[in-house]
Design a protein around this ligand. Structure first.
Ligand code: PMP
Length: 426
């Protein structure tokens, strides 16, 4: 018999802060006892009590093929047998870099790191070095990992736990971050009028996914591109979520706006720890050993992670992959929206590709302020009712649901039936 979620969680809490290695896993925002994972396959996850769930948490985004895809598992096993780390360049790493550049030509040179946090942190160090300026613009509700200075009004777990910033970040450092509302070009213009000459970079989630899913309004990304160009500021797209999630490429492919630097993570690692940053050759040539900007990693470009990434991208490149994801996701969106309307529950479903959020607030959500208007108590009850029926959602109103190619039409129909019962009982 497995020890069971409750007992394992009790042990975990005695050993790790909150019993977790990352805060959202504590389910604190939904006031539900967290489940403990035992195994996962395809669109399903089983907890330590043997209960089965249709999984839309999907490890917060990397598993676009679903859990334990046989070709990804085989690639990782094969790589492991040939050595788990070298401290040297190797073929799978070159192959993944080449697949990335082919799909995202703006990454003329790419550097692998171990997480999205490292990617954004390193990209901003590079932007500061390149421009000789210190300030960085970010947008309210966008999350770019937990590096000092980027935790200013970040979404994701920071939004969920209601922490405005984090203690431990020196105020002098946080003061280098200018926080502006998402989708608001007028506010951007004002900030640039006042401080444009001091700004090194604008970093943005080109589709926001960490205050729930909030698409860029027409003209927003183009406006960012124009203003940054005018002031000699680098535009950094944080495509850690959107890279290879929206299409075989990124949000930059979908919206046709080309950034100077791009951060990647999640999907390009196929479920293993990977991040990457890359972009314009003249900027990337400042990274050591070509240039003076130091950034390194013992396990960066790890062969197991590269193998999972290569296997994942090769499968995504196959004809029809993103069309199938789009069809499934559109069905989930329209089914949820119809049920909300029919039951008269105030809510909005926002979706871009296979990223989706059901906001418990009427009307479109276009920025952090409107996202914060959502009824988080109602989301918590909905989450609990879905979990009870075997559907695992991300445990926060402010996270995206992720679909995968392993999700079936039956999964989506079962989810819609569960959602109908959950919403009727709220
Ligand atoms: N950027 C974005 C847009 C993210 O969503 C995340 C993580 N959810 C990160 C950066 C940080 O990535 P990691 O958790 O791998 O450090």
């Amino acid at each position: 018999m497995p020890e069971g979620s409750r007992l394992l969680m009790e042990r975990a809490r005695g050993l790790m802060p909150g019993g977790v290695s990352s805060p959202a896993r504590s389910f604190r925002a939904v006031a539900v006892e967290p489940i403990v994972a035992a195994r996962a396959q395809g669109s399903h996850l089983w907890d330590a009590d043997g209960r089965q769930y249709i999984d839309y948490l999907l490890a917060f985004g990397p598993l676009i093929l679903g859990h334990a895809h046989p070709q990804v598992v085989a690639a990782v096993q094969e790589a492991a047998a040939r050595g788990t780390a070298y401290g040297l360049t190797h073929e799978l790493e070159v192959e993944l870099a080449s697949l990335i550049r082919e799909a995202l030509p703006s990454l003329e040179l790419v550097r692998f790191v171990n997480s999205g946090t490292e990617a954004t942190m390193s990209a901003l160090r590079l932007a500061r070095a390149y421009t000789g300026r210190h300030k960085v613009v970010k947008f309210e509700g966008c999350y770019h990992g937990h590096a000092d200075g980027l935790l200013a009004r970040a979404g994701s777990g920071v939004a969920t736990l209601g922490l405005p910033d984090s203690p431990g970040v020196p105020p002098s450092y946080a003061a280098e971050t200018i926080v502006l509302p998402y989708n608001d070009l007028a506010a951007l213009s004002r900030a640039f009028d006042q401080q444009g000459e001091q700004i090194a970079a604008v970093i943005v989630e080109p589709v926001a996914a960490n205050m729930g899913v909030v698409p860029p309004e027409p003209g927003f990304l183009e406006g960012l591109r124009q203003v940054t160009q005018r002031y000699g500021v680098l535009l950094v797209f944080d495509e850690v979520v959107t890279g290879f999630r929206l299409c075989y490429g990124g949000a930059q492919t979908v919206y046709g706006v080309v950034p100077d630097l791009t951060c990647l993570g999640k999907v390009i690692g196929g479920g293993l720890p990977v991040g990457a940053y890359g972009g314009r050759r003249d900027v990337m040539e400042m990274v050591a050993p070509l240039g003076p900007v130091y950034q390194a990693g013992t396990l960066a470009g790890n062969p197991l992670a590269m193998a999972a990434g290569v296997a994942t991208l090769r499968l995504l490149r196959e004809e029809g992959a993103y069309r199938r994801l789009e069809e499934l996701s559109a069905r989930l969106e329209s089914g949820l929206a119809a049920t909300l309307a029919e039951l008269g529950v105030p809510g909005t479903v926002q979706r871009v590709g296979s990223l989706l959020t059901l906001f418990f607030v009427s009307g479109p959500v276009r920025d952090y302020a409107s996202a914060r208007g959502a009824d988080t108590g109602r989301f918590a009850r909905f989450f609990a009712a879905m979990l009870e029926q075997g559907v695992l959602l991300p445990p926060s109103q402010f996270e995206a649901w992720f679909l995968s190619l392993a999700h079936s039409q039956e999964d989506v129909e079962a989810t819609l039936a569960a959602a109908r019962r959950a919403l009727a009982g709220l």
